[in-house]
Design a protein around this ligand. Structure first.
Ligand code: DGL
Length: 230
């Protein structure tokens, strides 16, 4: 089965990493030339995500996973009604898992504005810091001060699992919820041969470093395509 996965940048790799346990053929697109998505308008998000979906369809994928909280919370319905191909969002399985639970959420400004999550806190500085490999300790401390002890904290943006260790070293009391993990606990995909193709719209020296942190090259990486223009 050919599965398309996309995000504004490297964040969706945290979802791809979980998906890899289902051996399949993955086409990943990271639109890092247009990052961050979290401060774009809904219309911009519709246009950018449509271009990516068109690209993934041109690769003959059988289904698409939106590995981006911002697109999932703002334009999932739009994409679903525009395209015939099965499209899955990253947030619905987490909302299902959270039913009846109390939780806090870290997310991008546009995801917070969508009001899809409860108790959501805007963290606009995290995505640019992660993409550029910057130190986030001080920013994180400020955001984490808003979370009561022993809370469930949803990482409502797929970039944030990059910070799991840092968050837990600052706040070991928190129970972090990783949307990629929740999605994959729910999925049941028929396995085939594992192949990965990664496409990014811009190369910069931080990109390879970030890919390295998440994706183990022992997996079959068939193609790494940088500066890819949709
Ligand atoms: N990974 C995207 C998300 O889950 C980041 C959005 C952005 O580029 O700001 O929301």
């Amino acid at each position: 089965m050919k599965i398309g996965v996309f995000d504004s940048g490297v964040g969706g790799l945290t979802v791809l990493k979980e998906l890899l346990k289902f051996k399949n053929e993955y086409y990943y697109f990271g639109d890092n030339i247009n990052i961050p998505y979290g401060t774009k308008t809904k219309l911009q998000l519709e246009l950018l995500s449509s271009k990516i979906v068109d690209f993934l369809i041109s690769k003959n994928v059988d289904m698409i996973i939106i590995a981006c909280g911002t697109i999932s919370s703002n334009v999932y319905e739009y994409l679903k009604s525009k395209y015939d191909i099965p499209i899955y969002d990253i947030i619905s399985p987490t909302l299902e898992y959270l039913k009846g639970k109390e939780y806090y959420t870290f997310a991008t400004p546009m995801t917070c504005k969508s009001k899809i999550f409860n108790n959501s806190i805007e963290c606009p500085l995290l995505v640019p810091a992660i993409e550029n490999n910057l130190d986030v300790t001080n920013i994180l401390k400020e955001y984490l001060d808003k979370i009561p002890n022993n809370s469930n904290l949803v990482l409502g943006c797929t970039h944030y699992p990059f910070l799991t260790n840092e968050i837990l070293s600052l706040r070991p009391d928190l129970n972090l919820i990783n949307m990629g993990k929740v999605l994959c606990d729910d999925l049941n995909l028929k396995p085939s041969k594992l192949k990965i193709r990664l496409y990014f719209s811009k190369v910069d020296h931080n990109l390879i470093n970030n890919i390295d942190k998440i994706i183990d090259y022992d997996f079959q990486l068939e193609e790494l395509c940088l500066n890819y223009q949709k």
